[in-house]
Design a protein around this ligand. Sequence first.
Ligand code: 16G
Length: 247
Amino acid sequence: MPSLSAIIGRLNEEQNLPLYQQLQRGLRRAIEMKLLNPEDALPPERDLAEEFNVSRITVRKALDGLVSEGLLMRRQGSGTFVASRVEKSFSKLSSFTEDMTSRGKTPRSVWLRKSQGVVSPEEAMSTGFAPGTPVYRFNRLRYADDTPMALEFCTVPAFALPSLEAVQSSLYDALEKAGNRPRRALQRLRAVLLTAPQTELLHGKEGDAGLLVERRGFLQDGRTVEFSQSYYCGDTYDFVAELTTSE
Ligand code: 16G
């Protein structure tokens, strides 16, 4: 990578714009013009401060702003990188854990709720479960490394798992072990406005556009084994599908 000052130019005390904003503007432009690419590592803050002849506090402030805009990401212990959008296949029946692992990221979840009960009227409508069917519910905030990626609500019929505690890090692993991993699924995607609590969890900004992906998974014999709703920040995901003509 060429030196950043060669890309961005020198910062100028004389300008009306504060130095940290000049640095931010330069980095933003460099990312937009693809002079800096996803996953490129930025030099350490100390080196940037020296290169641009500003204090480390100025550099830190500039980078903090770009991290919260989602243009940069920090990885603990290894520095600051240009953020990459996650491409997710819309035609593969994969799990969050598999999606993230295949991209070299470490999946992690923060549990918000794990409970058992009977199917709610709303769940009964989306799953076809008869009223009274025992279910497990899993609500997690899902991370790739240190970045929150999705807020997920899953409902699984109790017959599909040996216990509530069977799900530790991956729901699909637990279903697989029980011989009940979904083999087919229906999926629907729609744009949503994230609510204030959702944006807070996903580190977004109020009014951010989000994506809601709902999946209903089926066993080989046609029984529903999963109903899940996943909320993503609109700017972190690209959903990609391969289309072919039917012969
Ligand atoms: C994905 C699935 C979700 C499934 C979860 C299992 C989409 C849109 N949704 O997030 O339906 O419950 O993976 O992940 O892909 P896990 O096995 O890592 O818990």
